[in-house]
Design a protein around this ligand. Structure first.
Ligand SMILES: Cc1ncc(COP(=O)(O)O)c(C=O)c1O
Length: 382
């Protein structure tokens, strides 16, 4: 593929994402970091326990287990479910980390189709007799409107539904939070995520047995007292990282409101722009606000939209996703000849993510909107 304008120009004036921690978060972190240093408990201490309580609350779950990354969270979740050398369904439209975690856990991914979200039909088409688990991904923080049917599909086959909720902090569908739909869910706290611990992740679940196993797996197989019962790894989150996450979790609703104000301005602007529209939010849903997704009516124009935005210094690199896993050479061994992914391919070609982070100023948003309305970019150019 030709490098697009967004990849060849200098740093955009309005980047797709910028990590900006609020002054209150920084002040709380400094205060708690000082307490941690004086206490001398630097890992697996009270700050990790507090962070886990707040993560569980966000996900509408009874438990959370903090680990070193979102990838580790999904890897350990699969292992804790007892899955090994099994076929795990995963969307082709996701971050490579989702499939890498499946491979890391000793299982093999099988891809299913889907655009911004997938449905139960997509699972049915991809499944085989050997399918042993399903991973769904709340892309961009959107929860599939078919989520209950997908859960029922898994329940009928008696296989676990697992959520990759790396994008979905605080997303809610019909009163249920992302992280509470399956046997367990994996969150990421990477710097681009709605809550960050710099590096970090967590599993949420309502299953106390799973929690016990996850705690062992993250700590070299050791139980709370007593000997190591199985081979685990070193996946502990530090007390500092946990404190940084907790300082943001208490303010998540405020962060979401700030994003909502930005999203409403984009929605209004796009109503006056022909050829590009806001992705529909499923009914009775509050997305996490991880991405603002716009869709080009004609997929062939999406690159031109991104180039137009780039000419105005607007970064749009953070799609969800433009590169699909069934085309990724790392997963060549897991793709089946003849399996088509039309919904994923159409979505990959047609969407454009507008910059979205809570600290965007009015001027940043106005600049994006001006770029969308560029009078020099008429329909004839597309
Ligand atoms: C959908 C998805 N799953 C998993 C991950 C992995 O998270 P981490 O980078 O914390 O390992 C990411 C990271 O960006 C992601 O976007």
């Amino acid at each position: 593929m030709e490098p697009s304008a967004r990849e060849t120009r200098d740093q955009p004036v309005v980047p797709p994402y910028r990590t900006v921690l609020d002054d209150e978060v920084i002040a709380e972190f400094h205060r708690v970091a000082d307490e941690i240093l004086r206490r001398g408990v630097l890992t697996l201490g009270p700050e990790t326990a507090r962070f886990e309580r707040l993560v569980a609350e966000m996900a509408g779950c009874t438990h959370a287990v903090a680990v070193t990354s979102g990838t580790a969270a999904l890897d350990l979740l699969l292992r804790a479910c007892g899955l090994r050398d099994r076929e795990v369904l995963v969307p082709t439209n996701t971050n490579p980390a989702t499939a890498l975690a499946i491979i890391e856990s000793g299982n093999h991914p099988k891809f299913y189709d889907g655009g911004l979200w997938a449905g139960a039909d997509d699972l049915e088409k991809a499944a085989s007799q050997s399918t042993a688990a399903v991973v769904i991904v709340h892309l961009g923080g959107f929860i599939s409107p078919d989520i209950e049917k997908m859960a029922a599909w898994c329940a009928q086959r008696d296989i676990p539904l697992l959520e990759d909720a790396a994008h979905a902090h605080g997303a809610v569908s019909a009163g249920r939070a992302a992280g509470s739909f399956g046997r367990g869910a994996a969150f990421s706290f990477f710097p681009t995520k709605r809550v960050t611990t710099a590096e970090g992740g967590a599993v949420t679940t309502a299953d106390a047995g799973l929690v016990e196993r996850l705690r062992r797996l993250r700590n070299q197989g050791k139980g709370p007292d007593g000997p190591a019962l199985e081979r685990g790894g070193s996946y502990r989150l530090s007390e500092f990282a946990a404190a940084l996450g907790s300082a943001q979790l208490g303010r998540l609703a405020d962060t979401r409101q700030r994003l909502q104000r930005i999203f409403v301005r984009y929605d209004e602007a796009l109503e006056g722009v022909s050829g590009l529209r806001a992705a529909e939010t499923p009914p009775r849903q509050l997305t996490s606000g991880y991405k603002y997704v716009a869709i080009a009516d004609d997929p062939a124009t999406a690159d031109a939209w991104r180039e137009q935005l780039a000419r105005h210094g607007i970064g749009t690199s953070g799609g969800v996703y433009h590169d699909l896993l069934h085309d990724d050479p790392r997963f060549a061994a897991f793709t089946e000849p003849g399996q088509g992914f039309p919904a994923a391919e159409r979505f990959a070609r047609s969407h454009v993510c507008l910059p979205a982070w809570p600290a965007m100023t009015d001027a940043d948003v106005a600049q994006v909107i001006r770029a969308l309305r560029d009078p020099e970019f008429g329909a004839a150019d597309r």
